[in-house]
Design a protein around this ligand. Structure first.
Ligand code: UT7
Length: 321
């Protein structure tokens, strides 16, 4: 049995905030943000938008494109770090309710910016036991947990959700191989407090994201490079066989540094950080959806998805489209 992505969708807030708007209230500039990160704008969720609403919008489009009815879904796996509620109900259950996936199980998965990679492999594995279609979502409203006074971090993030539908078939290809990794010894480099470990930080909504940017940057380049090499070695492929690398969009300089390490051109990487910034678990499925709409993915293309982020976590998936 092979598992294919048969539909994709995006849920993006209406409000676009360009760097210049941030520079009105923060000691920063469009020039600094573009030159250090590649980001020009981000979407910011409005009062009526949340992780669940963006995820639901993405899910509806993905299901329609796949031609799958909500009631035919067997499982919904939603990767997020910013669920609508502190612990429960899960965002996946809110999506399940709103799309009417009456026969599906649903749960959230926490692996920060690597969440979509973890969710994809989790759903694929579950489909080996129950081959009904699966819905996999990466969704975050990071702008609700950043410290808007900290220019080192708040300029980096945006809000958005991407969804994919997985279907089993005999058609060759599909999700071929995955690597999931973690190193909790680096957990202090990227932290959002507010869980029961730190009750003094109050309700989770009040806690803000703390990041040691340089350490995360160095980790990301190494993890990115190693994941691509390991996946290709396992599949006995070379970089020449790969049409696209679709990375987590955290910083254009992480992608450029990896391109140099792998000795390949930037034209092999799909990049949309300039307009959406870092939407955490959302970046990879949002990129996939945009690639489909731009007709950049063709049957038979080999692509490698790579995620990395808090935990520390990292991983990749090799797909024959
Ligand atoms: O999804 C995974 C999560 N995160 C990441 O992947 C982020 C990884 N890290 C990064 O992307 C980069 O480390 C940053 C973009 C966060 C920082 O870039 P950098 O080139 O490492 O800058 P820096 O931290 O070394 O800061 C350089 C200077 C500092 O000023 P001084 O100390 O040299 O006077 C900062 O205060 O830039 C200053 N700075 C800013 N200036 C204007 C930091 N943020 C800003 C800003 N605007 N927004």
């Amino acid at each position: 049995m092979n598992v294919h992505i048969t539909g994709t969708g995006s849920g993006i807030p209406a409000r676009l905030v360009a760097n210049g708007e941030l520079a009105k209230t923060l000691d920063t500039s469009d020039e600094w943000i573009v030159s250090h990160t590649g980001i020009r704008a981000r979407r910011i969720a409005g009062p009526d938008e949340s992780t669940a609403t963006l995820a639901t919008a993405a899910a509806r489009t993905a299901l329609a494109r796949a031609g799958v009815k909500p009631e035919d879904l067997g499982i919904i796996v939603l990767a997020t770090s910013t669920p609508d509620y502190g612990a429960f109900p899960s965002c996946a259950c809110l999506v399940q309710r709103d799309i009417g996936a009456v026969n599906a199980g649903a749960f959230d998965l926490f692996a920060a910016c690597t969440g979509f990679i973890y969710a994809l492999e989790t759903a694929r594995s579950l489909m080996l036991r129950d081959p009904r279609p699966a819905l996999v979502i990466g969704a975050d409203v990071m702008t609700r947990i950043v410290d808007w006074k900290d220019r080192n971090t708040c300029v980096l993030f945006g809000d958005g959700a991407g969804a994919v539908v997985l279907q089993a078939s005999d058609r060759p290809g599909g999700l071929r191989d995955s690597i999931l990794r973690a190193d909790g010894t680096g957990s202090q480099h990227l932290v959002h407090e507010g869980g029961c470990r730190t009750p003094e930080s109050g309700p989770w909504q009040k806690a803000t994201l703390q990041m040691q940017g340089r350490q995360v940057f160095n980790f990301a380049v190494k993890a990115f490079d190693e994941t691509v090499r390991a996946l290709l070695a396992r599949e006995k492929l070379t970089l020449d066989d790969v049409r696209w690398i679709v990375p987590h969009q955290a910083n254009i300089r992480i992608i450029e540094a990896t391109a140099r390490r792998l000795d390949i051109g930037m034209d092999r990487f799909y990049v949309n950080i300039d307009e959406l910034a870092n939407t955490s678990a959302g970046t990879i499925p949002l990129a996939l959806d945009q690639m489909i709409r731009e007709e950049k993915l063709h049957s038979g293309d080999t692509i490698v998805l790579v995620g990395f982020g808090a935990g520390l976590t990292w991983g990749g998936t090799l797909i024959k489209w």
